[in-house]
Design a protein around this ligand. Sequence first.
Ligand SMILES: [Zn+2]
Length: 420
Amino acid sequence: MCSRFVSVVLALTVPLTVSAQEAMVKQILGSPEFKVAAAFIEKDQPRFVKELIELTQIPAPPFKEQRRAKAYLEMLRQSGLSDVEMDQEGNVMGVRKGTGGGGLVAIVAHLDTVFPEGTDVTVKRAGTRLSAPGVGDNTRGAALMLAVIRAMEAARFRTVTDILFVGNVGEEGEGDLRGVKFLMQTGKYKGRITQFIAIDDDQPNAITHGGVGSKRYRVTFKGPGGHSYSDFGVVSPAFAMGNAIARFSRLEVPERPKTTFSVGLVSGGTSVNSIPFEVQMVVDMRSVDCAELKKVNDQFLAIVREAVDQENTGRSTRQGRITADPRMIGDRPCGETPLTSPIVQMTAAAIKAFGLTPAFGISSTDANAPMSLGIPAVTIGRGAGERSHSLDEWTVVEPKADVQSIQLAMTIIVAVAGVK
Ligand SMILES: [Zn+2]
C-alpha cells in the first residue's frame, strides 16, 4: 500500500451505532468454533512465521510475481480451499464454500513487492524481528491470510457467503492494481463479488475506507533539434517542457480534499551544445476526491497543449514543430466506502471487541478498484511492521501479537461473510 491518511475528525464525529454488527461479532467470539480456531491459531503460529520467511525469500518484483504466485497457489491448495487456480493475469485464488446465498466476499493480499529483480530478499532474524525487503508489505498479509484459512478450516466455521481468497499481483507502483482490476472487471468472478477486504496495513486497528485515486503520465516532447549556436531561434522541446513544468507548479489545488501533483522524473536531451530533439517527464497527480482528480488531470493536459503552442508560436518552426505526447502510465481509480456501510461497521465492531480503537483512514490500496465500482470494500491490518518500501523493512513475529492479528482478521472475515 501507499502512504495513509488517518481521518481523525471522521473517527471522532461519526456515531458508531453498530448494534447488529456488534451482535454478530459477539456471537462469533462466543461460539465453540472460535474457541477451536483460537487454540489452533496459537499452535499454528510457528507455521505462519515459517511461511512468511519462505514467501519473503521468493522474489516478487512488479510484473515478475510468477514464482511466488506458484508457491502461494500450492499453499492455498494445502489450506483446504476448492477451485484453486491461477487466472490469466497471474492472480492465484481459491474458494471456501458458504452455506449459500448472500453473495461472494473477496479477501485479497497482494503478492508483489516494490523491489526490482536482484534485490537481496534474504530474511535476517534478530529475536522476534524479521528484516527483509517486502517482509511486511505485503508478504505478512499473504501469510496471515493462509493462517486465517487454516484456522477457519480447523474450526469448521460455516459462513453464509462463499469466500474467495486471492493472492493477487500488481498492487504496487506501475503494477497499477492490474491484478485486482482483472479480478473485478474481466476474470470469472467479475460481477459476482459483493464485498471486498484487502489485507495490507501495518496498523492492527486500521480500517481504510477511502481510496486515493491517481493519474500518472509520461509526456514526451519532440522537436527538430539542432545546433545550440547555429540553429538558435529554432523551437526547443526543453523550453516547451520547462514552460509546462513552471505553469503546472503554480496550479492551485485544494488542501481538503487533499489533492497533489508532482513531476517525478525529467530526462532527455543530446549534449550541451545541442537543441534537444526529445525530452520527457513523468508526472503523478492524486486526490481523495474523484472530481478534484479529474480537474487537476484536465488542467495538466491543457497546460501541456498550451506550452507546446507557445513554443511553436514564439520561436521558429522552419525545421519542424514541437509535439507532446502524454501517455498514461498509471490510473488508480478513486472511491469511498461510507463509514455507515455494514462492512465498515462490522470491521470496527471486531476491532473494538479486541480492545482496540478503530483507526479510519484513506489510502491507495487494492480496495480502490472495488470502491470505484461501488462495491463495499475496506483494507485491514496484517500486524506490526515498519519501513515499508525500504531495504531495511522489518516486521515483528511475537506469538501473542501474531495470534491476535490472525484472530482479528479471521473474526472480521467471518463476520462480514456472516454466520447463522
Ligand atoms: Zn501493500
